[in-house]
Design a protein around this ligand. Structure first.
Ligand code: GRF
Length: 199
């Protein structure tokens, strides 16, 4: 299976996925890393590991559809069958998502359906929850709403700041995301409506 990873930032999840592929835990090929930001450190990580990268600048396209046409062109050139969103800060259109139905994964730093959106860690901390943690889910036509694959609990400490909590959530993400990708690659997941079961 050829996998594409979409990133906009640091790429620490990308690194965890690269490591899992290298160790043979995920039996698939990382064929492409896409970024919508030229300065994403994820691009450096990919290049250092010999993975093909492409920077697609949204500013160069008049519409999201045209931007996504460019994405599709690159995905098709590498025959990518699975898309892994790892800190990709753009929302994909419903038509793009339909085209890759149940073949796009995302990781969110809160226990969905709580604290959707771009500030999942801060929102959970501000709300005063005692337990939070990452969620890996399939991407559907809305934001952070798709069927949940795996979640992991992280206890919030009384003296946590957004930074200290983020650090522990990220540690869990780096374990959880490779596990979820492995399940998808091995065809072990059954999706019925919102429910995902491991076969
Ligand atoms: C992670 O916290 C993930 O949950 C969110 O974006 C962040 C990406 O971090 N979707 P990194 O680029 O993988 O370090």
């Amino acid at each position: 299976m050829h996998i594409a990873v979409f990133c906009s930032g640091q790429g620490t999840n990308l690194q965890a996925i690269i490591d899992a592929v290298k160790q043979g835990d995920i039996k698939a090929e990382l064929s492409l890393v896409v970024s919508d930001r030229s300065d994403a450190y994820a691009l450096v990580r990919a290049r250092e590991n010999g993975i093909k990268t492409v920077f697609i600048s949204p500013q160069e396209f008049d519409t999201r559809e045209l931007f996504e046409d460019e994405l599709l062109k690159n995905l098709e050139a590498e025959a990518c069958e699975l898309i892994v969103l790892a800190g990709f800060m753009r929302v994909l259109s419903p038509s793009f998502v339909k085209r890759y139905k149940n073949r796009i994964l995302n990781i969110h730093p809160a226990l969905l359906p709580s604290f959707k959106g771009a500030h999942g860690i801060k929102d959970a901390l501000d709300y005063g929850v005692k337990i939070t943690g990452p969620t890996v889910h399939f991407v559907d036509e809305e934001v952070d709403t798709g069927p949940i694959i795996l979640q992991s609990a992280v206890a919030v400490r009384e003296n946590d700041t957004e930074e200290t909590l983020a650090e522990r959530i990220h540690q869990q993400e780096h374990i959880l995301y490779p596990q979820a990708i492995k399940l998808v690659v091995e065809g072990k997941l059954k999706i019925e409506g919102r429910k995902v079961t491991i076969q």
